[in-house]
Design a protein around this ligand. Structure first.
Ligand SMILES: C[S@@+](CC[C@H](N)C(=O)[O-])C[C@H]1O[C@@H](n2cnc3c(N)ncnc32)[C@H](O)[C@@H]1O
Length: 248
């Protein structure tokens, strides 16, 4: 929040050049008495982030939508008519992007989204407000899917960080493992799994499971993912199909 009228606070504009050769006004934020250095840095980053301004212009719920857009622009896995699961969907940027790509509003594709946070409805998206780790969540998600199967499982799930790197890493990897297990249960053969992981890549066990279940597994860092963030995505394509438990 800007502290209007505080002489120590305030912001100023100066021009800086972008890599594309364009020039845009850069806003600097000075720390005010009531604003910590880190919140001033956050505000300055928001004000100068081209993805934040572009998402506002386009009416997107979050700048995160560009991460999905950029990954898909490179690997082309979102297609009209697909059934998509979006795990950790609030405030809805990925769901908006996915709904548009699969033509959910036109009734061609389908997007089923889950988050324990409430978020505004999106045309063509079925929203479940629930913790994905709730024992009923997976069955509920499946019951919303046409034919009970998905073509793509997306997970941008991230638990709130506690500031302890090892704990934060373990929590995000726990969510990624749960998402991967669900993907292996719900995807159609040929299906796709895209999931947020941490820098350093996917844990050995998870990576081995993904390599067993999918033809291609790669790590992706889209330009919209901040360079200083340890966030990374794993993209697994060409699901080999479920291995049914052996009879007897
Ligand atoms: C980075 S945000 C997702 C942003 C979203 N992809 C977008 O484009 O707007 C991560 C989300 O994961 C959700 N999340 C974390 N753990 C979850 C869980 N166990 N079940 C459901 N949602 C969860 C958080 O509530 C948060 O909204």
């Amino acid at each position: 929040m800007a502290d209007k009228g505080n002489k120590k606070g305030g912001s100023g504009n100066r021009a800086s050049s972008l890599s594309g050769g364009q020039r845009q006004m850069r806003t600097t934020v000075k720390t005010a008495r009531k604003r910590s250095v880190s919140s001033a840095r956050w505000l300055e980053r928001q004000l100068n982030d081209p993805y934040v301004s572009a998402s506002k212009r386009e009416g997107l719920r979050s700048r995160a939508a560009y991460k999905l857009r950029e990954i898909d622009a490179r690997y082309h896995f979102l297609k009209s008519g697909q059934r998509i699961i979006d795990l950790g969907a609030a405030p809805g940027g990925w769901s908006q992007e996915a709904a548009e790509r699969v033509k959910a509003a036109e009734g061609k594709g389908q997007v089923v989204a889950i988050d324990y946070l409430n978020f505004e409805p999106i045309t063509g998206v079925e929203i479940i407000e629930m913790d994905f780790t709730d024992p009923n969540a997976e069955d509920l998600l499946k019951s919303h899917l046409r034919g009970g199967r998905a073509d793509v499982v997306l997970s941008d799930m991230a638990a709130p960080t506690v500031g302890h790197a090892k704990t934060d890493h373990m929590r995000i990897m726990g969510l990624a493992e749960a998402a991967a297990a669900f993907a292996a249960d719900v995807l159609e053969p040929g299906g796709v799994f895209l999931c947020k992981v941490f820098q350093g890549g996917t844990e050995r066990d998870l990576l081995d499971a993904l390599k067993r279940d999918f033809k291609t597994v790669r790590h992706v860092k889209p330009p919209a993912s901040r360079a200083e963030s340890s966030e990374l995505y794993v993209l697994a394509t060409g699901f080999r199909g479920r291995t049914e438990p052996e009879a007897g």
